[in-house]
Write a protein that binds this ligand. Sequence first.
Ligand code: HEM
Length: 393
Amino acid sequence: MSFDLWGEQAHLDPLPILARMRAEAPVARLLDPHQGAPEWVVTRYDDVVELLRDTRFSKDKRKLPAGAREMYFRVSELDALDKHMLFSDPPEHTRLRSLVAKAFTPRRIRELRPMIVESARRLLEPLRSRGEADVLEVFAFALPITVLAELMGVPVEDQDRFQGWTKTLAAPPDFDSLRRMAVEFHDYLVEFVERRRREPTGDLTSALIEAEELGDRLGTVELISMLFLLIAAGYETTGNLIGNAVWALLSHPEQVERLRGTPALLESAVEEVLRFAPPVKNTIGAYPLADVEFCGQVIPAGEKVVASLLSANHDPSRFADPDRFDITRSADKHLAFGLGSHFCLGAQLARLEAAVAVEALLREFPKLALTGEPTRWKEGVFVHGRTKVGVTW
Ligand code: HEM
């Protein structure tokens, strides 16, 4: 059985392929399109939930059996940036997560709202004199990078470099670019953390330096890795969420009308976008440390397993008529932010940014519509976003 999850058809519409996988091979062994390494893809909602809670799978590459590590992790320059919680298991993960939780508080996120609203306004202002643009280019990705820079206390003039590094990380053109990015980004973060140690401010970086749990603190490598993770996990994802929201809403004009008529639907509209077009289509890999039986399949030690969040969110056993976009549905059980111990730390921030972005766009541009230019899903095994979202207003 073969499922071309990374081919041309998947970039046009992956849903029929995923439906076939759920029916015929719910735990399927495919080959990674770039590296040719085995990758198990779990597609049914219930199985995805089980996988994300299954402690037999490790996220820590340092524990992988010989051979597996070299097969999946080829860019050693990234090692200095990946001592973070997404690549760790308990008790290390628990320790890192409780330290960041001290700094990344719901209150800090709530307090960002005025800054996000103002950033959105500033980005949309110059667009008035134009009549047409690609939302991804002029707005969707500019907002999260501004927000992350503000949150972390990074100078505005460094934003372009940030954007370049995160873009390379999300969709590396080749291994050399990835290596270069890792080195430059690492050196930048080392210098930045040093500066904050000398001159603490009220930003998240200073709070992370200060964070202490039971007498324990983040070491420098952990601190740099944590900052790297926040940027890596928070930029491309949120940019695509905003892009997917504009695309999904404007491709369903009746839903936009509904939202304009009932602004209280904003939150549920964002949840439905997260369900319908989750910006992270697959979780990063988890690896069984010994051969395991999972949902009737034997998965050999060290082979990568990912959960298809896109497929789980379109599983008819969980969501009625799942391929229909409906902002009034109660989509709160979607898995766009994952589940279990690695559940997205930035979920509230992402929701807030998307809500502010959609609200600002609809308010500023009452005639907002898609240009109808062709667009499809981006290539890549992780991110799920449109290549372009052309709009007129
Ligand atoms: C729409 C936007 C976002 C989506 C769809 C998203 C999705 C996810 C998913 C699926 C995971 C779990 C990955 C896995 O298990 O392999 C995750 C983890 C994580 N996310 Fe997000 N994310 C978003 C935005 C953000 C933001 C804005 C931040 C922070 C600034 C963030 C920080 C993190 C961190 C730190 C983790 C690792 C948590 C852990 O390992 O305990 N994310 N995210």
